[in-house]
Design a protein around this ligand. Sequence first.
Ligand code: AMP
Length: 261
Amino acid sequence: MLYSVRMRSAEGGAHETGGRHISGAERLVSYDKVTETANAMMARAFTHSRGQADFINIKVEAVREQDIVTIPLLPVSTAAVKNAEAGRTAAKYALIKAGVSPSAAEKGMAELLALPDSMRGAMLVCAKTGQRLDDRENRGVRVSRMDISDDDGFACWLKKHDLSNIHVREALVLAAKVAFAPGVLAELCWSDDPEYTTGYVASAKEYIRFPHLKLYGSPVGGRVFFVKPDSDIQALLYYLEQQPVLVTAPTKDGEQLAVSS
Ligand code: AMP
């Protein structure tokens, strides 16, 4: 049995009553790690650079091992871009290369740039027309019940490739789950941490990091999942929110997964 541990925190009251989203986290851990994981999430909610949370919701749910799907991590590369403008142009190109139409790539990026503040989850956007497909407004769709299968091996691998930070760790796991979702062609993301400007474009083939996708100091981040036209949105929502997924960590010596820069 594994346990899904999820946290969401807000400032100014609960999300449901209009509180401003501060941070969230999702893990899938064994019984002996539940308390330590929940404690770390609470500490994180109280010390996030986006603000001081006064509402924290931590949910723990048992997950049966036979319900878990295992998928591999995506190959990672980093594109050399000098500033946010160059990063966004390169990211749009990567989205188009992944099958998103040029106008949908443009619209999805514009939706993220127009956000007045960070959402809790992601927007589902049609990969052909650029129209928003979910009805979750500024709550968005939150991907949960996922983790890496071998924490220690993954930590070693991240260190070896100079990727040891919490943002990369979490994003690589989330992006792998999303890339294998039924109907998702590509994902665009940048963080809501004001000090972290790196974002990425991911598809079933690869995960490309862009060191500048937003301006330093901006507390607004977000995610867009570009979805093939005529996809079954209910099936997609079920997969993203409910399906437990473990992502296979690269081997400790780092040979399993290619990283280029
Ligand atoms: P982060 O990468 O944690 O800085 O998150 C950046 C943005 O991505 C957040 O503001 C949310 O809009 C979105 N996001 C974060 N975590 C998730 C998740 N588990 N599922 C969907 N969207 C998320």
